[in-house]
Design a protein around this ligand. Sequence first.
Ligand code: FDA
Length: 523
Amino acid sequence: MQISGSLFPFSLFLAFILISGASSAHNKNDFLECLNLQFQKSNSESDSIYTPQNASYSSVLQSSIRNLRPESNSRQRPFVIITPEHESQIQAAIYCSKKYGIQLKVRSGGHDYEGLSYISQTPFFIVDMRNLRSISIDTEKNTAWVQTGATLGELYYTIAEKSKTLAFTAGVCPTVGVGGHFSGGGYGMMSRKHGIAADHIIDAKLIDANGQIHDRESMGEDLFWAIRGGGGTSFGIVVAFKVKLIVIPETVTVFNVTRTLDQNATQIVHRWQYVADKIDENLLLRLFIRSINSSNGKRTIGAFFTSLYLGPVDDLLPIMQEKFPELGLVKEDCTEMPWIEANHWTVLLNRTQVSRSYFKGKSDYVKQPIPEYGLESIWKFLNQEDANRAELQFSPYGGIIDDISESEIPFPHRSGNIFMIHYGVGWSQEENAESQRHIDWIRRLYNFMARYVSKSPRAAYFNYRDLDIGMNNIKGNTSYKQASVWGFKYFKNNFRRLVHIKNKVDPTNFFRNEQSVPPVSLW
Ligand code: FDA
């Protein structure tokens, strides 16, 4: 009795594991067969399907990954990657994914901070948009259609090939993908004058959970609102965005100036907070702060002022002398050049020049200047890590960002923010065994910063994705309560509208991840 009593549940458990293991393998095979069949029907090449048996599988998987941390912690790899060349292949992938219950992840540039486009806790496959990257520019209407597999560098380069006075306002890293970046916001060096990328989206092509292709008119204004900052991944697969280009002067001015503690870095950074969001909106004065080794071998703090001015140096200097004399900017610090060169145009088209590392990032919004003693405490935190390992970026707001309402699009960080802080800490593969120490460090700094940053909610930037601020239970049904924890931080009150739209367009939660908007009826 005793033996059979203990064996019975065990044998049942074993049988369950065997059956579920077999059925999941069965599902995967059926899914693959389904894909092949659907691709054949649409006359598509099946060489856009990569399984682990394929020699190129690993290089395709790794190629666009920027942060190696999420994958190194992940137990699952995608059992298929597809690189569609046509929309019909995406429709086929959605059809087979639904039929066999295999989770779909979509990846454009692969720069997600937490790797949500290429890792998952459940069996999954990737729709990788790399081959859908055409860009067409209309220089008469100042618009562009850009497919989401394109990178920012490819977009900037293509615009500059057509015109010296047209540009686009988006992020600074050339390998970031259009798909994740535009649908999650898109802040860059012209954002004080021209806003963020999502502010300029005027149409889009999206495939919904039923495999139907929509443009702005057929998707309706609610869904079109949601994908301009609310993250594409909760609502469908965005194939392309149509954007309004911006007009810029033929010559812009850039400068990079560094100040260390013995050059009054603390006082200058403190003063910067009173200037950066109010100064002429043609000027974006960004600040990078690191603990560095000084020439005498001692540690110091380096404040690196990196700026873009939309105009000539002779217009910039009087502005700086009047509003920010403390920096002591002189003409020799400045260089005039075409906008495209300010983007290091030689690397714009190099997709393989993704510099990889292990890192953890977080973000905050600052509404009141941090006092000097607060900055000094931050310097102490930076000195706890090795020189040059950790970095703070202070990105100023103000300018046109202040003039746009919080609910215009889901990106809500508008008037009242002086600047956004990006916290980052990175380490090499050899140091990865000690990753937890660095992650603990950035979490301690983040906890300390609570007293100086926005509250109720403590806001965060969706594109600097951070699973520490909350996540969905991906294996169960995500509750509204659970998702609200991270949802209000990224989107403030716009989160409710996003939930409502999700409930309308994807009630079965087909498009989901650890931080996707849940479908719940709130009305
Ligand atoms: P990735 O492909 O990883 O996708 C990110 C998310 O979007 C995932 O959830 C994915 O499923 C979803 N997604 C991707 N394509 C989709 C599609 N076609 N349809 C629907 N959903 C889709 N940000 C910023 O504002 N300014 C900046 O200057 C920078 N700079 C920067 C530098 C570096 C080195 C990194 C790693 C990141 C940045 N970022 C940034 C953050 C960047 O904007 C953010 O990580 C974007 O989500 C990256 O978009 P990708 O398409 O590259 O990522």
